[in-house]
Ligand binder design. Structure first.
Ligand code: AMP
Length: 577
């Protein structure tokens, strides 16, 4: 690894970047900085956003400025206003210990008068969006005839946004002698054409593989029918309690609709699209950047200006039209050595499209199963417990309240306290996920496999695995099997629960239910009462021996004293008192 010193950077620049926390060079910097300092050559760098490009071109540009004249020497073109401001800020930070250098950002959507005033003071480096730059050139506030370096940052984005004619116009106004540094995440034909037309003998470097999603990103898709898109989104979001993501939509209307629904459903989300005013967009982006907002629902165009490094996920609520766009979207996660996940919600009609994207990005996009209600609840539960373990406790301030709290909760044992504490937050998830249905579309392959398995299976249906539940009520409460079955159906609101053997004793009952639904039944009965007393329902300590009900429908009432079970009874007594 070459250090910044060995690359030949000035001590003033090194001091400034050290203060910014740059300890070692990132790959794109290792490849470009020594080359740019040593040779006056054109350069094409294929690198995703977030790989350290700004310093890769910015540091050599700052080092090589000729301050003997007043000409604008470097022009940096970027697709969006936000990127423009960010580049100008970054350069200003790198230049902190150099003699004053005027770096002026000019971009659309802001007062041209202020920009004119700045330019009149002289601009050594201009960072610009193409449209506003041309406007200011025509008004003669900018003269780019003497520039020595032209940087085209995110060239693919600029062309994608329709700046091709503007770029041709700008490039033809620049001197032959300048060098051009082109940075792009992908290399579509249009970018190649620019390189061929305007850049003689460029040095080409590639950081990561050409036209591929970043290596730190895993790609998944879920197959659902179109009306279930939103349900799928919610389950995905719920499955990742720490999610920090952009959710990409197709249109402004869809963006607003999804964001509004998420907000209504209690998520920390907001929308970013072109129908918002610039001030509204700035506000949303600011909240997202400083993580006050967890989910940003956005269109591709609106999200362009947003540069956020530590996204955990990128979600394609709708697939983009082009593979390039997929690449751009997913390149927003998995940055700065962190792992990220790109998740696409795909309908059967779009299945071919996802295959094409997969071929184009040369990375596998794995078909996933939407998390089940149980999996989601488990994840949320452990997240909550984890948060509780790591919460900052203000011992001094809380101390004075503790005696009253202790007194109020004295009747509860530790188990009960934990159960209740967890339920405060958790009931919302349990309520929502108790009866959810599968929304994954069964693919042809899966259905073929299932048919094959069905055929291979013995004709007699195997009994499902059963779990024995303890119910704290018995024949002394005048319960009969039919009443118990009805009680389970009413309480779980789920008729799919399979009920097996029922053993009724004096004041407790053992009911075998299929294991897939056992926890659901227990959870549904949390806090339930029967004829005025708290009804305890829990997994019995004594499970069926082979865990398979031999006779799913047998019921028995044990009136004989010797049949009385001696276990599981403590709870009922305690609850009744
Ligand atoms: P960029 O691709 O220029 O937007 O850079 C992405 C992020 O990496 C920015 O937050 C930079 O400040 C940061 N960065 C750039 N170079 C380095 C480096 N050598 N060491 C640590 N961080 C860096």
């Amino acid at each position: 690894m070459i250090t910044f010193e060995k690359m030949g950077l000035r001590p003033e620049l090194i001091k400034a970047i050290e203060e910014l926390g740059f300890e070692k060079a990132m790959p794109v910097q290792e490849e470009t900085i020594p080359e740019l300092l040593a040779y006056n050559r054109n350069l094409i760098a294929l690198a995703q956003t977030g790989t350290g490009k700004t310093a890769a071109f910015g540091l050599p540009v700052l080092q090589q400025l000729n301050t003997d004249n007043k000409h604008t020497e470097a022009l940096i073109l970027s697709p969006t206003r936000e990127l423009c401001i960010q580049i100008a800020n970054d350069l200003q930070n790198y230049a902190k210990y150099l003699p004053a250098i005027s770096i002026v950002p000019v971009y659309g959507g802001a007062s041209i008068e202020n920009q004119k005033k700045e330019l009149q003071k002289g601009a050594k480096i201009i960072v610009a969006t193409p449209g506003r730059l041309l406007d200011l050139i025509r008004r003669k506030y900018i003269d780019i005839r003497h520039i020595t370096t032209l940087v085209l940052d995110e060239a693919d984005e600029m062309l994608d946004m329709g700046f091709k004619d503007d770029l041709d116009d700008i490039l033809s106004n620049t001197p032959e002698s300048k060098r051009t540094l082109l940075f792009s995440a992908t290399m579509p034909k249009e970018v190649e054409a620019i390189a061929n037309n305007y850049m003689a003998d460029p040095k080409e470097i590639t950081i990561g593989s050409k036209n591929s999603g970043t290596e730190n990103v895993s790609h998944f898709y879920y197959l659902v029918n179109a009306p279930n898109r939103y349900l799928a989104l919610k389950r995905i979001v719920d499955f990742y309690p720490r999610i920090y993501a952009i959710i990409f939509c197709k249109t402004k209307a869809e963006t607003q609709e999804v964001a509004t629904s998420l907000i209504k459903d209690g998520y920390n989300a907001d929308a970013l699209h072109g129908d918002l005013s610039q001030a509204q967009r700035d506000h949303v982006m600011h909240r997202f950047r400083c993580k006050n907002l967890q989910l940003l629902v956005a269109t591709d165009v609106a999200a362009r200006g947003l540069d956020v490094n530590n996204l955990s996920h990128v979600i394609n609520y709708n697939l983009p039209a082009e593979s390039e766009q997929y690449n751009h979207r997913s390149g927003r996660t998995g940055r700065a050595d962190k792992r990220g996940m790109a998740i696409s919600i795909v309908t059967p009609r779009e299945a071919l499209k996802i295959k094409k994207i997969q071929e184009s990005i040369k990375q596998e996009i794995t078909l996933g199963k939407i998390p089940t209600g149980r999996e989601i609840c488990e994840k949320q539960l452990f997240h909550m417990v984890d948060e509780m373990e790591h919460v900052n406790v203000n011992y001094t301030e809380i101390e004075s309240f503790l005696p009253v709290i202790h007194k109020k909760l004295a009747w509860m044992d530790k188990e009960e306290l934990i159960r209740r504490f967890v339920s405060v937050e958790f009931n919302r998830f349990l309520d929502y996920y108790r009866n959810i249905k599968d929304i994954d579309v069964v693919t042809k392959e899966e259905s073929r496999k299932k048919n094959r398995e069905e055929k291979e299976r013995p004709t007699r249906k195997a009994s499902p695995s059963m779990t024995r539940l303890y119910f704290g009520l018995g024949y002394s409460d005048r319960v009969v099997p039919q009443r118990l079955i009805a009680l389970i159906n009413e309480t779980t609101k789920n008729r799919d629960v399979r009920i097996g053997k029922i053993d009724i004793f004096e004041d407790e009952t053992h009911i075998d239910v299929d294991s897939d639904h056992a926890m659901e039944v227990v959870n549904a009965f949390q806090g339930a009462t029967y004829k005025g007393f708290d009804l305890v329902v829990k997994i019995s300590k004594h499970q069926p021996k082979d865990n398979f009900s031999k006779n799913p429908s047998s019921t028995k009432t044990h009136k004989n004293a010797k049949d009385k079970p001696f276990y599981d009874r403590f709870d009922r007594k305690k609850r009744r008192n």
